[in-house]
Design a protein around this ligand. Structure first.
Ligand code: GLU
Length: 287
């Protein structure tokens, strides 16, 4: 058990958009290893219904059981959490901290490449930092299905933070990660909290659901480290506790590239079909 007596309650949160590969196995095994007994959860992140498939969800459970993992039930499925996300958005709208965004990707690219914008666009965790085209809009200007963005400058002003901080137990257990509000505004910006037609976004759902599942230790890949600053802000705005974090290394292919869903060659089901034992696979990942 974690010292200080707080239980380590962790989760593995895959999206059923393809077969699990070695990188997922590493993430799931890390989360399960760091959980106290009976405190490991599974969450299906299926907000993007256009890309998710039920057969992948079945395969996820098979692969995880084959790896020797077990989790608390019922399994949370984000596609069933619409009301919780809407309640969070309503709260942020009542604080006047979100606004509708009508921009398509091409509009954003065009705005960023306009000569008067000057300097190279900053790249944040979600890509180029939003240039603020729709920031003047109010929630009463929203059409059904519009994307909703956080007004980051106003949100940080409302919170009155001098630094945005969180603790990562893996990377630097004693030194909090820290970002100034100004660096957040220029380097991350007005992130999307509800994607067009989706009623939520990864950032909003992950915060709402980690709190609902009472996760105390969020384990996930280092590629999401910069997104954590977004999550800390959203947690504070929704008056939710910030959990502890453990961002783990990423599993790479032979050329050093991070494994992605399309790397089906590394699918766990193929190792299984080839007759590899779960023990050998776990061992190859350092477990
Ligand atoms: N669904 C996310 C992924 O597959 C997990 C994100 C998280 O753990 O916060 O990368």
């Amino acid at each position: 058990m974690a010292c200080g007596a707080e239980l380590n309650r962790t989760r593995f949160a895959p999206s059923p958009t393809g077969p699990l590969h070695l990188g997922h196995a590493f993430a799931a095994l890390t989360a399960a290893r760091l959980a106290d007994p009976g405190q490991f959860l599974l969450r299906i992140e299926d907000i993007d219904q256009s890309r998710c498939r039920p057969e992948y969800e079945t395969l996820i459970a098979e692969d995880l059981h084959w790896l020797g993992l077990d989790w608390l039930t019922p399994v949370m499925r984000q596609s069933e959490r619409r009301e919780a996300y809407q309640a969070a958005l309503d709260h942020l709208a009542a604080l006047d901290l979100i606004y509708p965004c009508k921009c398509r990707r091409a509009d954003i690219r065009a705005a960023l490449s306009a000569p008067q914008e000057g300097a190279e666009p900053q790249i944040g965790p979600d890509g180029p930092v939003y240039p603020g085209t729709c920031r003047h809009l109010q929630m009463r200007d929203a059409a059904p299905g519009d994307a909703l963005r956080l007004n980051s400058a106003r949100a940080l002003d409302y919170l009155g933070l001098t630094e945005i901080t969180f603790l990562d137990e893996n990377i630097a257990p004693d030194v909090p990660h820290s970002l100034s509000p100004q660096d957040f505004i220029t380097g991350v910006g007005d992130v999307v909290l509800s994607r067009r037609g989706m009623g939520t976004s990864y950032h909003l759902s992950v915060v709402v659901d980690d709190a609902a599942q009472k996760i105390t230790l969020v384990t996930r890949g280092k590629d999401l480290l910069d997104s954590t600053y977004i999550h800390v802000i959203v947690q504070k705005l929704l008056q939710l506790e910030t959990p502890r974090y453990h961002h783990h290394r990423l599993i790479r292919d032979d050329s050093g590239k991070r494994l992605a869903k399309r790397d089906d060659a590394r699918a766990l089901s193929l190792y299984r079909a080839d007759g590899m034992s779960a023990e050998a696979l776990r061992h190859s990942l350092g477990f």
